[in-house]
Design a protein around this ligand. Structure first.
Ligand code: PA5
Length: 445
């Protein structure tokens, strides 16, 4: 079970008020579990793992095997937001830090596109693609998002010109809606293998559908272990209790926000592999809670690096934040600091110690310093960073997000605010159908 420790908030919060927020979170738990709250047509993510079909996993593994047979060594995964961050975070968390430099060949390298509109990025991606054996996964639930559509047009033309149109159909997989959207029409017409994003699963909750699982599998990660972890968390978190870690997390973050003005939450990690877990978490909480003029602003730091940049602000700046630390009990590799006869660096006091011991002491020292500086501390703990534990912790954050947003009083499963920039961009790009908006926006320039 994911462990949660909120003792680092004790000196900041009143315990009677905490109990009130636990009751609010338990009511929100009931709303989530009885499936009668706002956005309840988007709850398919809750049971993705326990209802996972063997045939889905087998289909995903078959694509990996088929591409391996062709010698594919570069898979371009195209998508943005929830159609990008889940796969990216799992692949980063479970990969060797220096896989690229070591040229480890156990699986294809997965690179991402369609998550920006940078011309340089796409041009340089094509430089890479021209030296490699390429396949592509194009992901868009709506099938209409501009960023992935632009990237896919470029990558599709590249693949067709290098391998021919017929072969391109074996090197491109589309993941999209069952019926609607431009990508669905295109995939059907071109004869691409297609996976469906279920109607009742929103983008930021889709990491355990083929949206996340296919790129994760082709990158060589164990999707079955990941799903095992999710199944475990699904079972454990479904128990209504004041000790349920998702209830505790939702209660404490809402209490800190509503009663103590802590409007920024910083997700902290002490392992660079977790950088994109924080990016995924920021989307999950930012899009789920930031609406109706409320919500906690989700931020992140990567320690100990950021202790030498953001550490000053967190210690002494505006007192609006609390921290949620992702604690990992033990490292999966071992480096012991050796004794040195000269001791010129004066580090012999650490001789015989593991580097991870120093990392843990940095974490503990920071926790105490930040409490002293007025920053409440929540700790989310896992034993080690493997596929199963990662599945558990990602599902924990999803489930807690549903409870937390209902506790806050917002619909966790919509994102109406995302449309505003799109409307302006289409108007500025003079997209057909936007003539009035184009005229109006041009008058403002
Ligand atoms: O969480 C969400 O729904 C969004 O972030 C989407 O994932 C993102 O906008 C991409 O949408 P689509 O998959 O339809 O291209």
């Amino acid at each position: 079970m994911v462990k949660i420790d909120v003792k680092g908030c004790d000196s900041f919060v009143d315990s009677a008020l905490y109990n009130e927020y636990v009751n609010k979170a338990l009511n929100a738990f009931d709303v989530l579990e009885s499936e009668n709250g706002a956005g309840n047509d988007f709850l398919g993510w809750k049971h993705l793992a326990s209802e996972m079909r063997e045939s889905t996993l087998a289909d995903i593994e078959a694509i990996k095997a088929a591409w391996e047979k062709k010698g594919v060594d570069l898979v371009i995964a195209i998508g943005i937001g929830g159609s990008y961050l889940g796969a990216k975070c799992v692949i980063e968390a479970l990969s060797h830090n220096f896989a690229k430099q070591l040229k480890k060949k156990e699986a294809a390298e997965v690179v991402f596109a369609g998550n920006n509109l940078s011309e340089e990025y796409l041009a340089e991606l094509m430089d890479l693609a021209s030296e490699r054996n390429v396949a592509c996964i194009v992901i868009s639930k709506s099938g209409t998002t501009t960023e992935p559509a632009v990237a896919f047009r470029v990558v599709k033309q590249f693949i067709e010109s290098h391998y021919g149109k017929k072969e391109a159909a074996h090197r491109i997989v589309a993941i999209t809606d069952a019926k609607k959207g431009a990508l669905k029409t295109l995939a059907t017409q071109e004869g691409y293998k297609t996976f469906v994003v279920p109607d009742n699963v929103g983008g930021r909750f889709s990491v355990f559908t083929p949206v996340g699982l296919l790129p994760i599998a082709v990158a060589g990660m164990d999707i079955r272990a990941l799903i095992d972890g999710v199944k475990k968390a699904e079972k454990e978190l479904a128990v209504k209790s004041a000790e349920n870690p998702a209830v505790v997390y939702a209660a404490m973050r809402n209490l800190l926000f509503k009663e103590y003005g802590k409007s920024t939450e910083i997700l902290v990690n002490y392992n660079p592999k977790l950088t994109y877990v924080a990016e995924w978490w920021k989307q999950l909480y930012g899009e789920s809670e930031g609406k109706d003029g409320t919500g906690i602003y989700p931020a992140s730091v990567n320690n100990t690096a950021d202790l030498h940049s953001m550490g000053q602000f967190i210690q002494e700046g505006t007192r609006i934040m609390f921290e949620t630390v992702l604690h990992v009990d033990s490292a999966r590799r071992s480096v012991v600091i050796e004794s040195d006869s000269q001791n010129l660096d004066q580090l012999n006091y650490l001789a015989g110690k593991h580097v991870e011991h120093c990392n843990h002491m940095a974490e503990l020292g920071t926790r105490i310093a930040h409490i002293d500086g007025g920053v409440p501390q929540i700790q989310i703990g896992i034993e080690t960073l493997d596929a199963k534990r990662l599945g558990e912790v990602l599902y924990f954050f999803e489930f807690a997000c549903g409870i937390s947003a209902y506790t806050l009083g917002v619909n966790p499963f919509n994102q109406p605010g995302v449309e505003a920039y799109k409307k302006n961009m289409f108007a500025l790009l003079e997209k057909p159908g936007y003539e009035e908006a184009t005229k109006a926006i041009k008058e403002r320039l």
